[in-house]
Ligand binder design. Structure first.
Ligand SMILES: NC(=O)c1ccc[n+]([C@@H]2O[C@H](COP(=O)([O-])OP(=O)(O)OC[C@H]3O[C@@H](n4cnc5c(N)ncnc54)[C@H](OP(=O)(O)O)[C@@H]3O)[C@@H](O)[C@H]2O)c1
Length: 274
């Protein structure tokens, strides 16, 4: 699979996310995702399925070195007394000594960015993760994190799909050598139903979902895709055998709309960039 190489990390360009998945769904779909070729998996403390993912990956017998495993520290653990212990708990559940990537899940006020980043660096120095990053940080917070952090902030994981292309944030990330990871790539189910994406897909023999994911990885982004449906896991990874032409890339980018943002939880979301 195509990979994004940054700060010494090699990140498979398409990751399998397990947000909003029960343990039973994780157990059922992970073997299919591995069979389809996924090796990059994305979970979080708040998803409450780190343990199910850990068991499913262990039972599949894949070598740990062949996996790229990400988890995220929940905001309630942004305290010196809880941060490292919460990461230890995540590692226990994931049945590993070290994740590949550890993210701060949201830039939760009132804990200052500097304090969040320092705690993240401390667990990296303790060997609990190979790389660190942030999620849902706006441009100013991302730049502050980059400046503050001893270790590179290798990615900012944000909502990004054709209806919310996040051009300004992506440009700032590129300038700061921060890879962009796109979540909600299906825009909560809207992308697979989109008439224009379906129409473009017929040209390439691909579904609207595949066109949406291809549009992301073709821009150099890391894309996350979730499905509880084993057949769709195979569909979603079949995006590395075609190239959208420039005019199709432009047309898809034209789907951007002012109300494109879907994820903005009160009390967690920062002031978003336009
Ligand atoms: N950092 C954050 O704050 C944050 C927030 C949200 C998500 N994420 C990460 O990003 C990952 C992806 O986001 P997401 O979970 O919202 O999922 P998504 O990839 O945007 O998918 C949303 C929905 O699309 C459906 N879908 C997937 N593939 C499809 C296909 N080929 N055809 C038709 N429908 C399809 C899935 O339903 P079925 O399961 O029924 O197939 C899924 O529920 C998450 O799992 C998580 O790892 C991070």
């Amino acid at each position: 699979m195509q990979a994004v190489k940054t700060h010494g990390a090699t990140i498979p360009a398409l990751g399998f996310g397990v947000f909003r998945m029960s343990d039973a769904e994780v157990e059922r779909v992970i073997p299919a995702a591995l069979e389809a070729g996924f090796r990059h998996f994305d979970t979080a403390q708040i998803y409450q399925n780190e343990a199910a993912l850990g068991i499913a990956l262990q039972e599949a017998g894949i070598r740990r070195d062949d996996l790229f495993l990400t988890t995220k520290v929940w905001v309630d653990n942004y305290d010196i007394s809880r941060f490292a212990a919460s990461v230890d708990e995540s590692l226990d559940k994931l049945k590993t000594d070290q994740v590949d990537l550890l993210l701060l899940h949201w830039p939760a006020d009132p804990v200052p960015v500097a304090a969040q980043v320092d705690m993240l660096n401390a667990v990296k120095e303790a060997g609990k993760t190979k790389f660190i990053g942030v999620s849902n940080y706006n441009i100013a917070q991302m730049q502050e994190a980059v400046t503050r952090s001893a270790a590179p902030i290798i990615t900012n994981q944000v909502e990004l799909h054709p209806y919310l292309p996040q051009r300004n944030l992506a440009a700032a990330a590129q300038a700061g050598d921060v890879a962009v990871t796109a979540y909600y790539s299906m825009a909560d189910g809207a992308v697979p139903q989109d008439a224009l994406l379906k129409q473009i897909g017929t040209k390439y023999g691909k579904s609207a979902a595949q066109v949406g994911l291809r549009w992301l990885v073709q821009q150099g982004y890391i894309a996350l895709s979730k499905t509880a449906n084993p057949a769709r896991a195979a569909e979603n990874i079949a995006i590395f055998d075609f190239t959208l032409d420039e005019s199709d890339m432009t047309v898809i980018s034209g789907l951007a709309r002012p109300d494109g943002r879907l994820v903005s939880p009160q009390g967690l979301a920062p002031v978003w960039d336009v």
